[in-house]
Design a protein around this ligand. Sequence first.
Ligand SMILES: Nc1ncnc2c1ncn2[C@@H]1O[C@H](COP(=O)(O)OP(=O)(O)OP(=O)(O)O)[C@@H](O)[C@H]1O
Length: 612
Amino acid sequence: MAQAINNWQADQKADLSEPKAKPKYISTFRALSGYMKEHRLTFAGFIACTLVAIAAELLQPYLLKIAIDDNLMVGKNDYSSLMLICGTYFALSISAFLFSYLQNNLLQKAGQSIVASIRKRLFEHITKLSMSYFDRVPSGSLITHVSSDTEAINQFFNQVVLSIFRDGLTLIFILVLMFQLDAELTLYCLILVPIIAGIAIAFRSYMRTTYQMARTRLSRLVAFVAENLAGMNIIQVFHQQEEQKKQFGERNNSYFRANIREIRTNVLFNRSYEVLNNLAIAFVVWIGGQAVLGVNGTTLEFGVLYAFITYIRLFFQPINTITQQWNTLQSATVAINRIWSIFAIEPDVQDQPKALSVDKDSIAGRIDFNDITFAYPEGTTVIRKLDLHVRPGEMVGIVGTTGAGKSSLISLLCRFYDVREGSILIDGHDIRDISQHDLHRIVGLVQQEPYLYSGTVLDNVRMFDESISREDVIRACEFIGADTIIERMKDGYDTKLSERGSGLSAGERQLISFARIIVFAPRILILDEATANLDSHTEQLVQAALERVSVGRTTLVIAHRLSTIMGADRILVMSKGKIVEEGTHDELLRLGGYYEELYRHSQGQHDAIEAG
Ligand SMILES: Nc1ncnc2c1ncn2[C@@H]1O[C@H](COP(=O)(O)OP(=O)(O)OP(=O)(O)O)[C@@H](O)[C@H]1O
């Protein structure tokens, strides 16, 4: 059931990330033009090289026409002029090669750096978005935006821009040369243009549909894989492999079918084009051949016919390439629209224009939750009129039923979300007035599953902040009692951790995250189920670390295990978004409510373990 809900949610989220509107080409070019301006010189160089490369390429058939008509057909034994023609032909070939190479390189350079800038801006923007955004959008879609969508923009430069300039100019040059050679035959050839355009347009809309379908299905597939990877332990524990395999198979097949349809359409289009090209050549040979033979009183030199046949073949290539760019342009437009729609998202939680800059060392650590009410976007109210005041340096334990709102309460203190009603103050400052940068220096958070990055132990403790010295890190680890564990590792503090610290035990990861707290020294410390995943021996280690870390700091500890919070100055019991019991461990036991029941339960479990 839970799985079905998860999948339904994944589908809902995936749908949210799909573009509903048609691609907007003008806004796409406007979006990119700002980036292109920065590389205007490189683009100018690209256009100049393109012009030279095309001229060098298209003059080659013209030279052959001269050789045929002025030398070979008239039987002129002028070897020196033939030699000159051959030499020029060779020089043109080399120039066409060199300038095409340069043109490609210049375009690549500009295109790649634009894409790198967009990717960087996108990543920076995503990291600034509020948690409500990440609740809505699955990480798989975001990975697609940062990887495939930026790649689609890359292809826009490599293929679309290249083709529009190179092939567009080639077409114009070919027409000029053909008119110059024989206007009448050119006009005959132009009859073919509406037919070519008609076929291109007919395929275009079908190709667009097949392309978008394939992209949508790929995006769903990626989102599904990302969610499965993130929840692999749950899948294995609940033996969901078969169900997931079935669901993956359905998505995979659906993507496969969309891909096949897309490829089939492309192949059909290309082959139809080749047939049309050959028909056009036959048409030119028929019309031009009669003229060469002097039928109907018209005359045409053989060299001109030869050049025409070459130009007609060359004429079809660029049209084909340009129309082939249609789906690349489509994908780039969809990608740009998607990326720019992410850029347009404003974080729900933002700094005020004149946000307070608060030095964390000046903070005593008083926290006031003044009658706060909170609901997640599009969710029901999870915290109702909660009033709580925490003294500087006090340790407050929070327990309660599942879904009572404990984690939501601390998310509000970290300002991952803003309260709907009421206010949260730290030392009298409303947290909405404090700059988020300063707030996150004041409030430190340790979660059940601490996040470790791929990097060394040292990097993970100081969070890649080089201004924190190695000695400070070592001192913090010694203080926490993590030093012996770290020194036993292969390279001590320089041991490289794999992604998310997967090579370490839960307790080791937790100790490293405590060392982080010591290094960054927040004034308020929040622990959200920080000891939940630990065995009792590691829990004792972490508990000892917690006692050291919390000295002199206001500390809020959410725990299911009462042993973690029994010694707290005050314990709160939450239910349905409210505080229903409050007092010290002994006071709450005497009260005989939920806490006392929880305690009896935990004692029962403890006794059972001892007896077993
Ligand atoms: N990101 C979210 N979006 C929407 N609703 C949420 C979100 N996070 C939590 N909730 C809902 O808010 C309510 C309170 O959740 P919260 O995680 O604060 O409870 P909790 O007391 O910490 O529970 P637990 O002890 O199980 O962790 C729950 O009904 C939960 O479904």
